[in-house]
Design a protein around this ligand. Structure first.
Ligand code: SUG
Length: 449
């Protein structure tokens, strides 16, 4: 049976702004308080989805969330009408209003960890929503994420959904941003690669000194158990704490894998040789031929990687067996990175072509091409069971662009977040979106009695 990797991209929500909310994420910190352009952000994301769909890749859309999250503000003690809740928060605790307005759900690599059916004990595709426990503004995403995923993958025969892990730092889970899968064919059993930043229960593991390690070993292990993965199909690796301290807040900022290929920076992991050895051996036991493309620091420094997001790229398999690397514009703007990429494609190895996309609005918050997509490997029969409303087509693209142009502002600053009109605009837009994508009532405002 045929199988595919389907990339579901997060649609940027109408409150996209630069809140400076993510300590440890250099872009988020350095662009704090800049004016944003939500309309342009959403259009940039849609343009990538459309371009990849036009190239023949399977592409889907993942809906944004209701923001400002009034219910979250109520839980923090703000009361009154929805407008009063927002105004009180603006007056008394602006950082909390900013957090409740973040459009961070666009980075759907952090929405969940997904294991394809060929890897799981019960032969279903498993999803565990990520608790995103490290940052308050992201920790409020998972309940709606779970409802949206359940509405997209709404078939118990093929899809199993797990709640987010317990919401404590010891089980900090950032989803697929720290998870890669190697395989020969998407529909065949593969090796799932979990990268963690620290251990919460074993002090022998080193940890970063400056910035937080968002993913714990124990969270990754829990996800592997929930999904029914077998030991011979899992490899764990610790991210190098020194690179977390240089701004590599997720593993997908320093490595990316697809098929039999791992593209990684030489400073990405601890005990790299042992890790690569395990990946090689476990993939070989499944008939695969693991290939590692190591990028030396002499060619690209960790700082270059963080600034350009070279590794936050999408490594996509084409029908002829070659791979395409989808990178952000910032890679072309970095001389060392661009010259490395020119050499890479000239070498005649797995990566044959590089495609550049302008994703600046998202990039300024630390979200590149790979952050914006959640990969789901599906067999033909499973793909047929996905809600067809979320699969990208030319007409859906046109509809979504019109929807964005109708509802999104082209400028948003901190003061605008206190405008109760923004909440109404968002709800009107999202209500229409659930009809376009055929999701049903997934948002809190649609579920109130
Ligand atoms: O969690 N930025 C996100 C970026 C997530 C990128 N995802 C992956 N690497 N997979 C984060 O740090 C910034 C929001 C702000 O500052 O307004 C933010 O949440």
């Amino acid at each position: 049976m045929k199988s595919y990797e389907v990339n579901f991209d997060g649609l940027v929500g109408p409150t996209h702004n630069y809140g400076g909310l993510s300590y440890g994420n250099v872009a988020s910190q350095s662009n704090s308080q800049q004016g944003s352009n939500p309309r342009e952000a959403a259009r940039q994301g849609l343009a990538k989805m459309k371009a990849l769909a036009d190239m023949g890749f399977k592409q889907g859309v993942l809906a944004p969330q209701e923001r400002p999250d009034v219910a979250a503000l109520r839980r923090l003690g703000f009361s009154g009408s929805d407008a009063e809740v927002i105004q009180r928060a603006a007056k008394e605790a602006m950082p909390l209003l900013v957090a409740s307005c973040s459009a961070s759900s666009m980075w759907v690599a952090n929405a969940a960890t997904v294991s394809p059916s060929a890897d799981t004990a019960d032969g279903r595709v498993h999803f565990t929503a990520a608790n995103l426990n490290c940052k308050y503004h992201r920790s409020i995403e998972h309940p709606t994420t779970s409802r949206v995923l359940a509405a997209m993958f709404n078939n118990e025969k093929h899809f199993a959904h797990h709640e987010a892990l317990p919401a404590v730092a010891q089980f900090g889970d950032e989803g697929a941003a720290n998870h890669t899968r190697f395989c020969r064919e998407y529909g065949e059993a593969g090796v799932e690669f979990f990268v963690y930043g620290r251990s919460a229960f074993d002090s022998r593991y080193p940890a970063p000194q400056k910035y937080p390690a968002r993913q714990t070993l124990e969270a990754s292990q829990a996800v592997a158990r929930l999904h029914g993965l077998s030991d011979d199909g899992v490899v764990y690796a610790q991210q190098n704490p020194a690179v977390i301290d240089q701004g590599v807040f997720h593993n997908d900022v320093i490595s990316v894998g697809n098929g039999e290929v791992l593209f990684y920076h030489e400073d990405a992991f601890l005990e790299t040789d042992a890790v690569l050895g395990q990946l090689q051996a476990k993939l070989a036991s499944k008939g695969g031929n693991f290939q590692a493309i190591r990028v030396p620091r002499a060619a690209v420094t960790v700082e270059d990687a963080v600034r350009s997001y070279l590794f936050n790229s999408q490594l996509l398999s084409r029908d002829d067996g070659s791979m395409l690397l989808v990178v952000p514009e910032e890679c072309r703007n970095n001389e060392r990175v661009w010259s490395y990429l020119s050499q890479l494609t000239a070498q005649g190895g797995a990566v044959k072509e590089v495609k550049v996309f302008d994703l600046k609005q998202s990039m300024q918050n630390g979200g590149g091409p790979a952050c914006l997509r959640l990969r789901v490997a599906l067999k033909e029969s499973e793909l047929a069971a996905v809600n067809p409303g979320v699969i990208m087509t030319a007409p859906l693209y046109d509809t979504l662009v019109q929807w964005v142009d109708k509802h999104y502002r082209d400028r948003l600053g901190e003061a605008d977040l206190a405008d109760p009109q923004l909440l109404l605009e968002c709800r009107t837009a999202l209500d229409e979106l659930t009809q376009i994508l055929k999701l049903g009532s997934v948002y809190p405002f649609q579920r109130q009695p």
